[in-house]
Design a protein around this ligand. Structure first.
Ligand code: KG4
Length: 376
């Protein structure tokens, strides 16, 4: 079955056609990052206007004249004016082609991205059917979410940990803004950190807090603190460090290239210490989760899952525990239509009037109201 997937929940306009849930036939992504960069973050009205301008072209390119069996779309969570563009476009395409519509949860789709493969580049056997890999634990680390879930079977999600404040991606982006590294900040912080650590193995890092919430705080809403993260203390610690070290500067006589970005060694040391605090927090929570709920696989998704520290440490941890680790190919870590089209294979198809009533749901939660295809 070939499904067209449409994604417009934030700042990427994307569409893709995926066969049988995993084989990517096309994936077109138009990123709006340059439009939002001057504001240091995503501006919902600008995002919505850019989606309106691009959606026809992006969907047309992804379709490329192919015949499809259904249209899938992200209906939440995300920015309301951005989601609406995709949902309305998907309804229009489904109606005009006379095919069913499938609503997909964006966070759940990030957990499907490790199972997507490109027929021309990849060995299909390395990308199994996710149903066969459950029970599994999953982690979505992105610009908007940091969520740890237990998946007793594919399509069922129990949230077992999450962030109490910023998502991991926000923690990267806000630090980059504070340090003057530009937007978005994750990739540049990662590159500087990788180069700095390669050059200074074993160097003592600044002991920034490791994002562990206190037991019993009400924001935990019943979740165990050992499986949750909080990045607000880390951000404040970075701000204090900058304020108490006025000599710290990105540029100076000793500045040099760290992974494509020229900064001083002192700044690179701060940046690497900050990244390692985030990596340490994430990996520590995953280690605890695997001890509390041993599972045969661990599934990692979201834009921050591209981070080299997180990839390296989780690879080590899962090898140590004998757990199979699934990470998305780099091009499927950020927001993309392929993960929407792929997961749609496992979701309920809606036709006719019912499809036209589907609504954008900005605060949709993982596991909310989804029905797997085999249940209907
Ligand atoms: O998944 P995504 O496209 O957005 C949401 O669905 O929310 O993720 C975007 C986030 C941004 O915060 C960006 O800074 C971060 O992913 N990011 C990274 C890396 N590449 C992108 N964070 C850390 N290390 C990276 N290599």
């Amino acid at each position: 079955m070939d499904i067209l997937g449409i994604e417009t929940s934030c700042d990427e306009t994307s569409a893709a056609v995926v066969r049988d849930g995993r084989e990517v036939l096309s994936n077109v992504v138009y990123t709006q990052i340059p439009l939002h960069r001057p504001y240091g973050g995503v501006v919902p009205e600008i995002a919505s206007r850019a989606h309106v301008e691009k959606i026809r072209q992006v969907a047309g390119e992804a379709l490329g004249g192919r015949k499809i069996d259904a249209v899938a779309v992200t209906y939440g969570p995300g920015l309301a004016p951005a989601l609406l563009v995709g949902v309305n476009a998907a309804k229009g395409i489904a109606k005009s082609l006379g095919v069913p519509l499938i609503g997909v949860n964006h966070i759940e789709a990030h957990l499907h991205s490790p199972f997507l493969f490109d027929p021309s580049d990849d060995k299909e056997t390395l990308f199994p059917d996710p149903c066969e890999e459950c029970p599994a634990l999953g982690l979505v680390v992105s610009g908007g979410n940091t969520i740890l879930v237990d998946m007793p079977k594919y399509g069922k999600y129990e949230v077992i940990g999450e962030t109490l404040d910023d998502a991991a991606g926000e923690a990267f982006d806000k630090a980059a803004k504070l340090l003057g590294l530009g937007y978005p900040g994750g990739l540049v912080i990662d590159r500087i950190t990788t180069a700095f650590l390669a050059e200074n193995p074993g160097k003592e890092l600044i002991p920034f807090p490791k994002g562990r919430p206190r037991e019993g705080v009400s924001a935990l809403s019943g979740l165990p603190a050992a499986l949750c993260v909080s990045f607000s203390g880390l951000k404040t610690a970075l701000l204090r460090y900058v304020q108490t070290h006025p000599e710290l500067s990105l540029s100076g006589p000793d500045e040099r290239d760290y992974g494509g970005r020229v900064v001083t060694p002192a700044a690179a040391h701060v940046i690497a210490s900050y990244q390692e605090a985030i990596v340490g927090a994430v990996v520590d929570r995953v280690r605890t989760a695997l001890a509390m709920r041993p599972r045969k696989a661990f599934i990692l998704g979201g834009g921050v899952s591209l981070n080299s520290g997180i990839r390296k440490e989780l690879t080590k941890l899962c090898a140590e525990k004998g757990v199979k680790l699934y990470m998305a190919k780099p091009k499927y870590t950020g927001d993309n239509g392929a993960m929407i089209a792929g997961l749609a294979m496992y979701r309920r198809r809606v036709e006719g009037e019912a499809a036209m009533r589907m609504d954008a749901t900005p605060s949709l939660e993982i596991g909310d109201g989804e029905t797997t295809a085999e249940e209907i």
